[in-house]
Design a protein around this ligand. Sequence first.
Ligand SMILES: Nc1ncnc2c1ncn2[C@@H]1O[C@H](COP(=O)(O)OP(=O)(O)OP(=O)(O)O)[C@@H](O)[C@H]1O
Ligand SMILES: [Mg+2]
Length: 266
Amino acid sequence: MTFVGEHQTGKPQSTVLAVEDLSRSFGGVPAVDGVSFRISGGEIVGLIGPNGSGKSTTVNLVSGSLRCDSGRILLRGSDISNRSAYQVARLGLTRTFQIPRVWGRLTVAENLLVAGTDVSDESATRALTRRRKLRQQRGELEERLFDILATLNLTPLANQQAEVLSGGQKRLLEFGRIMMSGASVLVLDEPFAGVNPVMCRALQDIIEALRADGCLVLLIEHNLQAVEETCDRVIVMATGKIIAQGSLAEVRASEKVISAYLGQAS
Ligand SMILES: Nc1ncnc2c1ncn2[C@@H]1O[C@H](COP(=O)(O)OP(=O)(O)OP(=O)(O)O)[C@@H](O)[C@H]1O
Ligand SMILES: [Mg+2]
């Protein structure tokens, strides 16, 4: 298994996101235990592994949603370890959650507009107070907004409060907020879960288009077919540690991966 710091064009790319010896325990039990990896601009990397292996905790640490016990996270060479999610988002790293989070009291369109004006501090109150600013900037953002609503089949729901959306629609809205944000480092926690196959394909195409624009994508996913179709390479975690990295075909052949994950999954 080799680490390949390059995406599918074959050209070496410089590291954008580096995670070094990252650890986090809960009540003395390690959830993430000495995890290190590097991802370059334009790469789509899958993070896979059994339930409870530390994938979401890893992305929570990387995105500033959770504090690490030790280790470092470097974004374009700057140490972002233990910065807040808001600060990390302002540096161009944004994420979706395993359970989608939307501002329920804002409309679908307003959720998207907030993401387009400021890369979210996850506070509904502050989002509401920004309504006035949103109205002023609406003209500039409307074209992008309408495109994204149409792409995600959310146009008929544009003026509905987001809290009435179904689980799958909330996931699409979260994805739309990523598209609006203009972020260049995207961390997606099971973005296809609960999304119908046609929309799943559409989201995969959007991820590919974002990559073509130079975005880096770290994507947690249990659906290995979607991983195979979407990701350039994968990182496999088990019990808080990385047990393999490489192409999906390479890691599938690893005895460690078969015994920790694939044997159990099939
Ligand atoms: N806030 C928390 N408090 C206590 N334990 C936690 C917390 N968050 C995660 N854990 C524990 O850390 C371990 C890793 O959880 P994590 O959510 O990172 O797994 P995962 O790989 O994302 O799993 P899944 O595929 O089921 O989403 C689990 O044992 C979980 O119970
Ligand atoms: Mg998870």
